[in-house]
Write a protein of this length. Structure first.
Length: 211
């Protein structure tokens, strides 16, 4: 069993890279951000408050990791709600335990998020920190929205990216930062294929060590 931890800010490419790695190696994949969104959706669906930590914790304990639907959970309203409950220590503890249990699946797992290498799986065999400049990440989000036929405001997206970085990196509980032993992948001027090949060389080396 091998665990690959992938962290980084929004729109850096870690989700795409994580899914590609999992598919290439036949590993299980978990976007840990979706666990917070699933908890938020459960609260919204039940008409429950988003500021009651005990209620949010109860919902977090009931989240089924096998049934996370990215297309449903990507809704903006769910993301806004998730950002409110994600700062609650009890919610984080419940979801981190679920994420750790997932990471022990055979033959291997790929988990991506904000605190995988530092908090969730500090003993992961391979840790990657995938990043890119705020300008590049905002442009990617802009292109994605426009590509889906919607109207987008680049300046507003860029401002949102910077605010989200500040929130993620500045929070007291599990802030976004590279683990001390993480390998940095800056995708600002790197294709997803180049990032995958860089990651693959690190994973292959780790797999050889386990033999």
């Amino acid at each position: 069993m091998i665990t690959i931890a992938i962290d980084g800010p929004a729109a850096a490419g870690k989700g795409t890279l994580s899914r590609q790695i999992a598919e290439a190696y036949g590993f299980h994949h978990l976007d840990t951000g979706l666990t917070y969104r699933a908890t938020a959706k459960a609260l919204l669906d039940a008409g429950l408050p988003l500021d009651d930590e005990a209620v949010a914790e109860r919902m977090a304990l009931e989240v089924e990791l096998a049934g996370l639907d990215r297309s449903v959970l990507s809704a903006h309203a769910i993301g806004e709600a998730a950002s409110k409950i994600a700062v609650m220590p009890a919610v984080r503890r419940a979801l981190v335990e679920a994420q750790r249990a997932f990471s022990r699946k055979e033959p291997g797992t790929v988990l991506d998020g904000r605190d995988i290498g530092t908090v969730v799986c500090p003993d992961a065999a391979v840790k990657l920190y995938v990043t890119a400049s705020p300008e590049v990440r905002a442009k990617r989000r802009y292109d994605e929205i426009v590509g889906n036929g919607a109207v987008a405001d680049y300046a507003a997206i860029f401002d949102d990216v910077k605010k989200r970085d500040e929130r993620d990196m500045g929070r007291a509980d599990s802030p976004l930062r590279p683990a001390d032993d993480a390998h940095l992948l800056d995708t600002s001027e790197m294709s997803i294929e180049a990032a995958f090949q860089a990651a693959k060389s690190l994973i292959d080396a780790a797999l050889i060590k386990k033999i």
